[in-house]
Design a protein around this ligand. Structure first.
Ligand code: TYD
Ligand code: MG
Length: 499
C-alpha cells in the first residue's frame, strides 16, 4: 500500500481539503469534513505506470444486440424506470428510513425470481433471518431469490461472478458496503464511492442490473456522496408522508427514460400494493364543500392525476405573515400571491397563507397555478368552490391565464372520475376533448376567476373573524360567465372585504 495520505473529505459532496475547516467551500455545508485516508482511492491498476493498450473505435450506427429491458413484474416500478431494467444499468434508490425501500426491492427481486431470472438480494443491514421474515410476511417466501447478508464488495463480486450472470442484484444499502482498495471506514464518502465504482464496473462488464439502496439525510439528500448520483444511470427516490399509506417512486435522473413519471404504491399489511389509478386515491378523502379546496387536473409524466389543493388564508398576528406550502413550489406561491395582489385587488399582506397538496404528492407543473389561486381566494372569501369542478391553467405575471399542454387527457380523467365541469384557460376551448362531457368554463384572466369566486362568498363576519363587513351578496351567484370584459371586475364588496 502506498504511504497513507490523510485528507479532510466533505461527507456531503466529496470535496477534499488538506486542512480541516468548518465549512465546505464546494457545497457550502457546515461541519461535513471528516478525516479520511484517500491514498488508495485511485485503484492500483490506474496508478501503475503500465503502457496503454489500444482499443477499437466504433461508429454510432453499429449493431448492438438489443437493449432488452426486463420487467420488474410491477407495472408502477417499470413506469418509473422507463419500461423495465436495462441490461448493465445501475440504479440508486433513495428514501427516508422506514419508507419501504427494502419492502419494494424484496418484492421486485421475488417477482423477477419467480419469472425464472437469477435475482440476488444482498443485505448489509439485516441478517438473513430478518430478510426472510419480511419475505414471509409478504407471502414471497417461496420465490427462488438468492439471499445473503454481506458487506465486502470484493466477496460479493467474486461470488456473483460464478454461475449464470444474475439478472438483478439488489445491494441494501450502499452505505454499508466496503472495499479493500481504500482504507477509510465504511460509510465514508471515499468508501461509498469506491464500492459503488466496483459494483458499477461489475454491472457494465456482465450486463447485470444492480439496484443500490441509498440512505437519505435529514434534509432529504442521498446521504454522503452526491458523487454516486453522477455515477449511476438512474436515481429514484421513494417518498411518502409518514402518516399516510401512499408511497411515490419518482425518478430524479434516468439515462434510459423520462424523469417526470411517478409510480404510486400503497403500503398495506401485505407489503406495497400498486395503485393503478392514483386520482381515485388522492381524492378519496376529499373534504366536500368546505372553502379553500380546489381539485387540480394535473399530468405526471404521461398520466393524468387529479389531486386536491387545500388552502387556508387567515388574518395574521405576526409582523411578517407566514407563508407555508407543502407539495408545491414556494416561489410559485409567492408569484400567485403577487399577481392576486397586483392585478386582482386581493390584498394578502395581512394574512397567513398555507397551501397543501393532499395525499403527499409533490406538484411541479405551472398548470397548478389556477387551482392554487382558486383555493386561496375560496378560503379568503369563505366561499366553497363547486364540488364537481376541476381547475388547471398557468398564470402569467400579467394576470392572464395561459394554456397548458395535454388538455384532452386532463378533461378525460376528470370525466372518468365523475366531475361535471372544468375551469380552464381560454385558448383551450374547442380543443379536442371538449366533448369529453364536461361543461367548460374558459377563463382568460385571473381577475375573472377571482370575481366569480367572490360572487359565491358569504361574509366572513359570520364566522367571527376580524372581518366585520356585513356585505351585500352580488346579484349573480351563477359562476358561469367568462366575459373578458370582466377583467378587473372584482366586486366592490369584495374589494372592501379584503382591502
Ligand atoms: P422497510 O422496507 O424496512 O423500509 P426501509 O428499507 O426503507 O427502511 O419498511 C419498513 C416499514 O414498512 C415498517 O415501518 C413497516 C412497514 N411495512 C408494512 O406496513 N407492511 C409490510 O408488509 C412490510 C414488510 C413493512
Ligand atoms: Mg431497509
Amino acid at each position: 500500500m502506498a504511504k497513507s495520505t490523510l485528507s479532510f473529505v466533505c461527507q456531503n459532496c466529496g470535496a477534499a481539503y488538506n486542512r480541516w475547516q468548518g465549512k465546505c467551500e464546494s457545497c457550502g455545508e457546515w461541519n461535513t469534513l471528516a478525516e479520511e485516508d484517500t491514498s488508495g482511492s485511485v485503484p492500483v491498476s490506474i496508478r501503475s505506470k503500465r503502457k496503454g493498450r489500444t482499443f477499437a473505435l466504433e461508429s454510432l450506427s453499429g449493431k448492438t444486440q438489443g437493449a432488452p429491458r426486463l420487467s420488474s413484474g410491477m407495472a408502477e416500478f417499470d413506469r418509473v424506470t422507463g419500461g423495465g431494467f436495462v441490461r448493465g444499468s445501475v440504479l440508486l434508490v433513495g428514501g427516508d428510513p422506514g419508507i419501504g425501500k427494502s419492502t419494494l426491492l424484496t418484492q421486485a427481486t421475488s417477482m423477477m425470481a419467480r419469472a425464472g431470472h437469477r435475482a440476488v438480494y444482498i443485505s448489509g443491514e439485516e441478517a438473513v433471518a430478518q430478510v426472510r421474515l419480511r419475505a414471509e410476511r409478504l407471502g414471497l417466501a417461496d420465490a427462488p431469490v438468492q439471499l445473503a447478508s454481506e458487506t465486502s464488495v470484493e466477496d460479493i463480486v467474486s461470488t456473483l461472478s460464478e454461475g449464470a450472470v444474475p439478472r438483478l442484484i439488489v445491494i441494501d444499502s450502499i452505505q454499508t458496503m466496503w472495499t479493500d482498495t481504500v482504507e477509510s471506514a465504511p460509510g465514508t464518502v471515499t468508501q461509498v464511492r469506491a464500492s459503488a465504482q466496483a459494483l458499477i464496473r461489475f454491472a457494465k462488464k456482465t450486463g447485470a442490473t444492480i439496484i443500490l439502496v441509498g440512505h437519505v439525510t435529514k434534509d432529504g439528500q442521498i446521504a454522503g456522496p452526491r458523487v454516486v448520483e453522477h455515477m449511476v444511470d438512474a436515481v429514484l427516490s421513494f417518498e411518502g408522508e409518514g402518516s399516510q399509506q401512499f408511497r411515490i417512486l419518482r425518478s430524479a435522473k434516468n439515462r434510459f427514460g423520462a424523469t417526470d413519471e411517478i409510480g404510486v404504491f400503497e403500503m398495506t399489511g401485505l407489503g406495497l400494493r400498486e395503485v393503478t389509478n392514483p386520482s381515485e386515491l388522492f381524492l378519496s378523502e376529499r373534504d366536500l364543500g368546505s372553502p379553500g379546496t380546489a381539485v387540480f387536473a394535473g399530468i405526471e409524466g404521461t398520466r393524468p392525476v387529479l389531486v386536491e389543493l387545500q388552502a387556508l388564508v387567515a388574518p395574521t398576528s405576526l409582523g411578517t405573515p407566514r407563508r407555508a406550502v407543502v407539495g408545491w413550489d414556494p416561489s410559485r406561491l409567492s408569484m400567485v400571491l403577487a399577481v392576486l395582489e397586483a392585478h386582482c385587488g386581493v390584498k394578502l399582506s395581512g394574512h397567513d397563507v398555507y397551501l397543501n397538496v393532499a395525499g403527499g404528492l409533490r406538484i411541479q407543473e405551472p398548470a397548478a397555478d389556477m387551482a392554487a389561486a382558486a383555493a386561496l381566494v375560496s378560503s379568503l372569501v369563505n366561499a366553497p368552490l363547486p364540488t364537481d369542478a376541476v381547475y388547471f391553467g398557468e398564470i402569467s405575471l400579467s394576470g392572464a391565464i395561459r394554456p397548458v399542454a395535454q388538455t384532452p387527457a386532463r378533461l378525460k380523467e376528470a370525466t372518468k372520475l365523475g366531475f361535471g365541469r372544468a375551469i380552464l384557460p381560454e385558448s383551450a376551448r374547442g380543443e379536442p376533448g371538449g366533448d369529453a362531457g364536461l361543461a367548460l368554463n374558459s377563463i382568460g384572466n385571473l381577475a375573472t376567476l377571482v370575481a366569480e369566486i367572490a360572487a359565491r362568498g358569504t361574509p366572513r363576519g359570520n364566522r367571527g373573524t376580524a372581518r366585520a363587513d356585513p356585505g351585500t351578496p352580488r346579484g349573480d351567484p351563477g359562476a358561469g360567465s367568462a366575459d373578458p370584459a370582466e377583467k378587473n371586475a372584482t366586486p366592490a364588496r369584495f374589494r372592501r372585504d379584503i382591502g
